[in-house]
Write a protein that binds this ligand. Structure first.
Ligand SMILES: Cc1ncc(COP(=O)(O)O)c(C=O)c1O
Ligand SMILES: [Zn+2]
Length: 393
C-alpha cells in the first residue's frame, strides 16, 4: 500500500548557478559543465501546516521531519531507526567547562554506530524511489558500513571501496551486510576514482559525499534535531569534525529552513570545522582567507574519517564558516587520543577519534578566549569509538 509522506519537496537547485534539475531523475552534481557545483533540495515551506506541537507525537527518528525530506512515498523509506540521538551535557570536566554549557550530541547511537546512517538512509530511500538497484561508495569506513546496511535492508546491492589502512571492524561490518568490499592501497580520493570508474562501467549509482543531493538531506536532520532538542533555540557554537563536510553544509541548511518555517529566529551558531593535521586543507584555506582548499594529504590519521584531502564542497564549507563568524582548528593524533581517553574516563563516552578531536579543539578555543563565559557549545560526536580499536589501543 502506498502512502504519501506529504513531502513539500519541489525541486533541486544548483547552489552556484541556481539551475533547476529534474527531481524525478537520478541526479549527481550540476549538469552545467562550467559549474558542476552541488545540488540542494528545495521545499515549499510556505505551504507547511505541520506544527511544533504535532511534532512532539512523532517517532523518535529523523523521519519525524518527513515533510521536509525528499522521499514522497512512505513505502520507499529504508529505515533502521536512525536519528533523534541524545544531547548530553558534559558533567565532570568543570576544569574546562566552568561558566559554559558544553553539550555533546551523540551520533554513536545511530544504526551502524555513526551519523553516516542519516545520509545513507536518505540516499538509499530516495534512490530506491527512483528505481536504483545497485550502489557504489568510496569510504573512510563508516559510510561504507552504513550504505551496506541500508542496501541490505532495502533488498539492494552495495559495492564499497575502502582504504586498506581502515580498521578491520569497518571491513567486517560491510561484508557482514552483504556488500562487495574492495580494499584500496591509497586514500579516499583514490577510492573515489575507482568507484567513479566502476559506476560508469557497470551502471551503478555513485553515492560519493555531496556528489548526489540526498545524503545532505539526511545530515541536515542533525540541525533540525539540535534546534528541537534545545527547545527551538540554537547553541552559540557548534564544533563539527570535517572530512567531506556534509554535516556543516547540512546543519546550516537546516537552520535556514527552520527560519523559513518560522520555527527559529535569525540567530545562528558560530560553526567550527575541526580537522586532523593529516588533512587540514579547510583549516589552511580558512585561515589564509582562500575561497577554496588545495589537495593535502599527510598520510594516516587515527581519525580515518578526517583523511579527506580535498572536500568536493570546499567552497560551500568555507562560506558557511565565514558567514557564521566561525573558525577552524587542526588537531594531531596524540591530542585526539588523549581527548578520547579523557571523555571516556570522565563522562563514560567512547567517542570516535573524529569526535574526540572536537574535545581537544574546544579546549584550544576556550583557552584562547574565543569561547566566552555564558556560551552554549555543542560538540557533534559523529560516531562510536568501538570500531576503531586498533587505532586506539
Ligand atoms: C566518525 C566520522 N566523523 C566525521 C567524518 C567526516 O564527515 P564529513 O564527510 O561529513 O565531513 C567521518 C567520515 O567518514 C566519520 O566517519
Ligand atoms: Zn550550477
Amino acid at each position: 500500500m502506498s502512502k504519501a509522506t506529504n513531502s513539500l519537496f519541489t525541486h533541486l537547485a544548483c547552489v552556484e548557478c541556481g539551475e533547476q534539475h529534474d527531481r524525478h531523475q537520478v541526479q549527481y552534481v550540476c549538469k552545467n559543465e562550467s559549474c558542476k557545483a552541488i545540488l540542494s533540495a528545495q521545499y515549499d515551506f510556505a505551504s507547511n501546516t505541520l506544527t511544533k506541537e504535532e511534532l512532539k507525537n512523532r517517532p523518535a527518528s529523523l523521519w519525524r521531519y518527513k515533510e521536509f525530506l525528499p522521499v514522497v512515498d512512505e513505502k520507499n523509506i529504508v529505515s533502521l531507526g536512525e536519528g533523534f540521538t541524545p544531547v548530553l551535557p558534559l558533567l565532570n570536566l568543570e576544569k574546562y567547562t566552568e561558566g559554559k554549557q558544553v553539550l555533546l550530541k551523540d551520533e554513536s547511537n545511530n544504526p551502524t554506530g555513526s551519523f553516516k546512517a542519516r545520509g545513507l538512509s536518505l540516499a538509499v530511500s530516495k534512490a530506491k524511489e527512483l528505481g536504483v538497484k545497485e550502489f557504489v561508495i568510496p569510504t573512510a569506513g563508516n559510510a561504507g558500513g552504513a550504505l551496506a546496511a541500508y542496501a541490505a535492508r532495502g533488498g539492494l546491492k552495495a559495492h564499497v571501496f575502502m582504504p586498506k589502512l581502515t580498521p578491520a571492524a569497518f571491513k567486517f561490518e560491510a561484508r557482514l551486510f552483504g556488500a562487495d568490499v574492495t580494499e584500496v592501497d591509497g586514500n579516499i580520493s583514490d577510492c573515489g576514482k575507482l568507484a567513479n570508474a566502476q559506476a560508469a562501467e557497470n551502471g551503478w549509482f555513485d553515492v560519493s559525499t555531496l556528489k548526489e543531493p540526498y545524503r545532505l538531506e539526511g545530515k541536515k536532520t542533525m540541525g533540525y534535531e539540535i534546534a528541537e532538542q534545545l527547545n527551538w533555540t540554537v547553541p552559540d557554537v557548534i564544533l563539527y569534525p570535517t572530512g567531506g563536510g556534509t554535516g556543516i553544509v547540512g546543519i546550516w541548511k537546516a537552520f535556514n529552513e527552520l527560519e523559513q518555517l518560522g520555527w527559529i529566529g535569525s540567530k545562528r551558531p558560530r560553526m567550527v570545522a575541526v580537522q586532523s593535521d593529516s588533512c587540514n586543507g579547510i583549516y589552511t584555506a580558512f585561515h589564509q582567507k582562500e575561497e577554496r582548499s588545495t589537495y593535502k594529504d599527510n598520510g594516516f590519521t587515527v581519525a580515518n574519517g578526517l583523511r579527506v584531502p580535498k572536500p568536493y564542497a570546499d567552497k560551500v564549507i568555507l562560506q558557511v564558516l565565514r558567514d557564521s563568524n566561525g573558525n577552524s582548528v587542526s588537531v594531531n593524533d596524540a591530542d585526539i587520543l588523549s581527548a578520547l581517553r579523557e571523555l571516556g574516563a570522565h563522562e563514560g563516552l567512547f567517542v570516535a577519534p573524529e569526535g574526540a578531536a572536537l574535545w581537544h579543539a574546544y579546549k584550544v578555543l576556550n583557552q584562547e578566549g574565543w569561547i566566552k563565559a555564558g556560551e552554549t557549545v555543542l560538540l557533534l560526536n559523529t560516531g562510536s569509538g568501538y570500531k576503531y580499536l586498533e587505532n586506539i589501543i
